[in-house]
Design a protein around this ligand. Structure first.
Ligand code: NAP
Length: 283
């Protein structure tokens, strides 16, 4: 039995996010904005689910006939192992961030990479044939690397401090995957920060993952970090005339994919972006 956070007792919850901790999650703000804008009387809520208890959350979803779940740390791999079916993206990565129903069957998806690429396309960044560097080789980096390759970029180079992790992430891009070093970042049209460096309230707050003097006009830097909205890296890029994308685009577009999967309706991305931005500015 799961208890939703922040909704009156007895509320029927149509979809929600599971994680631990989960109280900081922006998913309720973004997804509720989507449901409201679509005119659905659906409630989205957060559920604090202890490590190892993801299976109980899936049972709850089945029993309560919920339309979907978002999945965050530490449950992404456990959920991938427990659902009845995986989307191709989730199967390639072995981690799930969204669960939907197909009748009685639960389907696991991974919408992070698609959300990242859709956000860039929405901002007018053409991915076709461009060379990309991804900093970091963790869960988010792996999703981005795999999807960039699927979208037909030229090369995807992974730059990470652990060579084995870099090679494993690069392998997800198949023949266009490679590894590179920090000194190489000036070579790539798109540079993605998929490390937490620059994130508020962490050891790396105020820091930059690369030397911004290696960047030049004509490049585009995309952050995955969204708190703060304008990271030290993006501030330095602005100063140098380098194009930038904040982490909010990916945050909203990965949720937009989930909303599309659950509701079958086109997600109201503008309303979702406004809700996410307002919440972040209020932090
Ligand atoms: P993760 O699985 O922990 O991976 C983090 C990666 O960054 C690892 O490769 C790690 O290297 C590397 N790293 C950490 N600290 C570093 C440092 N000081 N210098 C160099 N490399 C460092 O985390 P994740 O889930 O991929 O998330 C990464 C970031 O993306 C987080 O800030 C997260 O909030 C953000 N994110 C944003 C969105 C969005 O929607 N915008 C979605 C997902 C994630 P080691 O393995 O060597 O530690």
């Amino acid at each position: 039995m799961l208890t939703p956070i922040g909704v009156p007792a007895g509320t029927e919850v149509a979809a929600g996010v599971i994680g631990y901790p989960v109280r900081h999650s922006l998913s309720p703000t973004i997804c509720q904005a989507a449901f409201d804008e679509l005119g659905l009387d659906w409630v989205y809520a957060a559920f604090e689910v202890l490590p190892g208890d993801a299976g109980q959350a899936l049972d709850h979803m089945r029993e309560r006939d919920m339309a979907g779940l978002s999945v965050t740390m530490p449950h992404k791999a456990d959920v991938a192992a427990a659902v009845d079916e995986l989307s191709p993206a989730a199967a390639a990565l072995g981690v799930v961030n969204c669960v939907s129903r197909d009748g009685a069957r639960l389907v696991g998806h991974n919408t992070d990479g698609a959300g990242f690429c859709d956000a860039l396309l929405a901002e007018g960044v053409d991915l076709a044939g461009i060379d990309c560097a991804v900093l970091g080789a963790g869960g988010a980096a792996r999703a981005v690397v795999a999807e960039l390759a699927r979208r037909g970029v030229g090369e995807v180079a992974v730059i990470a401090r652990r060579p084995e992790a870099a090679a494993s992430a690069a392998a997800l891009a198949g023949s266009v995957g490679s590894t590179a070093g920090l000194a190489d970042v000036g070579r790539y049209r798109l540079v993605v920060n998929a490390t937490p460096v620059g994130m508020a309230e962490t050891e790396g707050a105020g820091e930059l993952p690369i030397d911004p003097d290696l960047l030049h006009v004509g490049q585009h830097v995309a952050e995955l970090v969204y708190n703060p909205l304008h990271t030290p890296l993006l501030t330095e890029c602005h100063r140098r005339g380098v194009g930038v994308s904040t982490g909010v685009g990916m945050l909203v577009h990965q949720a937009a994919h989930a909303v599309r999967i659950w509701t079958g309706s086109e997600p109201p991305v503008d309303a979702m972006t406004a809700a996410a931005t307002a919440a972040l500015q209020g932090r």
